[in-house]
Each structure stands twice: as C-alpha cells, then as structure tokens.
Design a protein around this ligand. Structure first.
Ligand SMILES: Cc1cc2nc3c(=O)[nH]c(=O)nc-3n(C[C@H](O)[C@H](O)[C@H](O)COP(=O)(O)O)c2cc1C
Length: 235
C-alpha cells in the first residue's frame, strides 16, 4: 500500500471536489490517501508520504497562493518522491486552440516559478459557479460564456470536469508510483508463472519428441543386433 498526499488549494471548491475524487480512486485501488486543503492546513508537509499529488485552480492566470507557497517550501522533498500536479482551469474546455494552449502555458509558468518538475501533469476543466460569484464576476463570466460555451444561464452552475480523465490520470500516477516505490509485498509476483513456463517447455519438448517419433519408418531388422529396429527419416 502506497501512502499518497493529495494537497490542493481552491477558490470555489472545484479543485477540492477533484482532489476528493482522486483520493477516492486511490483508496479504491488499495492505497492510503490523505486529502488536505492547503488553505486550512498551510503547514502541511510531505514527510512520511510515499508520493504526492498537488492540485491548483487558475484564477486570473495565476495558481492558488497556498499551493505556490507549499510547493516552494516542499520543493526538495517533492523531488525525492513520485509527484504529480493537476491544474484546474477553464482554458482546458475552451473551443479555441489558442485558449487550450493557454492551459499548458499556465503549467509551464508554474514549473518555472516554483522550480518543481512533477513526474505527471493533468490539465482538467473546472467549473463555472455563477452561484458563488459577485455581480461583476458573474457579468464577466456570462460575457465570456456567450462567445465560448454558450452557458449563460446565471441561475445555475456548470461543471466541465471530465471525471474519466481524472481517473485515468490518477491510475497512471499510481502506475508510475508503484514502479518507483515498488509494489506492496503482497503483489510481488509469485514463482508460479516461472513453474508454469517450465512445464510449458517440458510439454513442448515431449510433444516435439513424439512428433519426431511419429515420423520414423520401420526398416528391416538387420542381422546385426546392433542395427536399430527403427530408423528416422533423417538418418
Ligand atoms: C475570478 C476568476 C478568475 C479566473 N481566471 C481564470 C483564468 O485566468 N484562466 C482560466 O483558464 N480559468 C480561470 N478561471 C476559471 C477557474 O479556473 C475555474 O472556475 C475553476 O473551476 C476554479 O477552480 P476552484 O473552484 O477550485 O477555485 C477563473 C475563475 C474565476 C472565478
């Protein structure tokens, strides 16, 4: 069992929702997940964890300040263990190619700014939560949505996160982690496959010998007792 810290920051809660889902996927696959909101627990350390996943939303082209502070402080310890980063933004859902490139640019900037190079990066689509915005933000998002997604009904929220994509990212991270940390001892391959392989070879050899024997032709028994009773075609 690998112990994984899932540390995140969030503005309107979508990154927290994704972090909780990541944690539940990890638990479902037999790992020990600790999901921590860095705003509530800014002193969180990565010590004692086998692997770490960090999640941050993008607001006004910037990552969450609690996440930036955490990564900058824990950078050396993060480099010593498998680590991954997932970013939550709306750039990831925009139909325009330049906007999608923006999601990767945010990540590049984050890596440059923090000096941390995560082993795996996920860029997930977030949500528009009109219910949580002030008047100005609601107005701005309504305008942007009018020319992008068309989701302009401010009486409801819109979630764009692709949960299958989040699950795939988590499982790929687990695979990397198991590779680097090593599988739990209960999952170490048993010698059974090796024994089966040996049995397969033995059966193959036996079958080949029988086949060869089947292709033999009888010849006259020679006067000389040393003459073999049968001779193979190859003789
Ligand atoms: C004030 C504000 C600014 C935002 N700025 C950006 C931005 O610059 N780029 C972007 O792609 N998404 C931006 N978003 C969209 C958020 O990344 C998206 O809503 C995400 O789901 C927020 O995650 P959170 O709920 O964890 O805070 C912004 C959202 C808000 C409310």
């Amino acid at each position: 069992m690998t112990s994984v810290l899932v540390a995140y920051g969030t503005g309107e809660g979508q990154t927290g929702k994704i972090a909780a889902f990541v944690g539940s996927v990890l638990e479902a696959y037999g790992h020990d997940a600790t999901v921590v909101d860095l705003t509530a627990t800014p002193e969180q350390s990565v010590e004692g964890f086998d692997a770490v996943l960090v999640g941050s939303p993008v607001h006004n082209r910037r990552h969450h300040p609690a996440v930036l502070a955490f990564v900058e402080r824990e950078r050396a310890a993060l480099a010593e263990r498998p680590s991954g980063f997932f970013q939550v933004s709306l750039a990831s859902i925009m139909p325009l190619r330049w906007a999608q490139r923006g999601a990767q640019e945010f990540v590049d900037h984050f890596v440059e700014e923090t000096g941390w190079e995560p082993d795996r990066v996920g860029t997930f689509a977030g949500a528009v939560k009109y219910s949580q915005y002030d008047r100005w933000t609601r107005f701005t998002f309504r305008l942007v949505s009018a020319v992008t997604t068309g989701d302009t009904d401010t009486s409801r929220d819109y979630e764009y996160t692709d949960w299958d994509e989040v699950e795939e990212f988590t499982l790929a991270f687990v695979a990397d982690t198991t590779y680097r940390v090593g599988p739990p001892s209960s999952e170490v391959p048993r010698p059974a496959p090796v024994a089966l392989l040996g049995l397969g070879f033995a059966l193959g050899y036996w079958w080949a010998r029988r086949r060869e024997a089947g292709r033999t032709v009888p010849t006259a028994i020679g006067a000389d007792d040393s003459t073999p009773a049968v001779r193979t075609l190859a003789d």
